[in-house]
Design a protein around this ligand. Structure first.
Ligand code: FMN
Length: 200
């Protein structure tokens, strides 16, 4: 009995202290703010509280960014339906890859790497930095990858407006540093980054 209590406590402790894959709650695909109101509120913000997003909010955010809304197609269009992006998520606990099918964040690196996500001060404070990575073997062209990325970013802007979260899409980051951090291949390229968090 004592042994099982000890084992249970150790399991709970390891869940809370160590980074690991994160199974997200199913995204909520209904509700939210009417579209015209969200468009009216869409804006860039550059001040963030360090408070983490609730798992449900994170799940909804990622689904809005790059989830599937049909069997094999996504909430964003993509040139020639190449779906050439990966969305990496840098949280305080680690660097993760969003697996939209499994609705899971796959741990890639443990530790706080938020300061590697960009050069502006708020990047290291905000709870979430999204890194949009194109696989240039899959895209029809690099130009198309930039266009595809705009749709992802705008979905995040609109979701944030709807949830009254702050966000800023960023082209100012160290490409090489992120390439190394994410352990990308030569054919992969970070196109844009985007910070998300609560307003202070
Ligand atoms: C492709 C792109 C790259 C951007 N890069 C940055 C950036 O690195 N840092 C930043 O603070 N804002 C960045 N922005 C945000 C713009 O500065 C912002 O959208 C613009 O000032 C208009 O403000 P609004 O979004 O509130 O309408 C970027 C926007 C776009 C579309």
């Amino acid at each position: 009995m004592k042994r099982s209590i000890l084992l249970f406590s150790l399991t709970v402790l390891s869940f809370s202290f160590f980074a690991q894959d994160i199974k997200l709650p199913a995204p909520q695909k209904e509700g939210g703010m009417p579209l015209m109101e969200a468009l009216s509120l869409r804006q860039t913000t550059r001040e963030f509280s360090s408070k983490g997003l609730y798992p449900q909010t994170l799940s909804n955010l990622l689904w809005a960014a790059y989830g599937f809304n049909r069997e094999d197609k996504r909430v964003v269009p993509s040139a020639n339906n190449r779906q050439s992006f990966d969305v990496y998520v840098i949280l305080e606990k680690g660097v993760y890859l969003y697996d939209a099918k499994e609705n899971t964040l796959i741990l890639k690196k443990e530790g706080d790497f938020r300061s590697s996500a960009g050069r502006q001060d708020f990047v290291a404070i905000a709870p979430v930095n999204l890194i949009y990575v194109a696989d240039l073997r899959k895209t029809s062209s690099r130009d198309m990858a930039f266009a595809d990325c705009g749709f992802i970013s705008q979905n995040v802007y609109l979701f944030c407006a709807s949830e009254r979260l702050g966000t800023v899409v960023r082209g100012w980051f160290d490409k090489d540093e992120l390439h190394q951090l994410l352990n990308l291949t030569e054919q992969q390229e970070v196109i844009l980054t985007q910070t998300v968090g609560y307003n202070p």
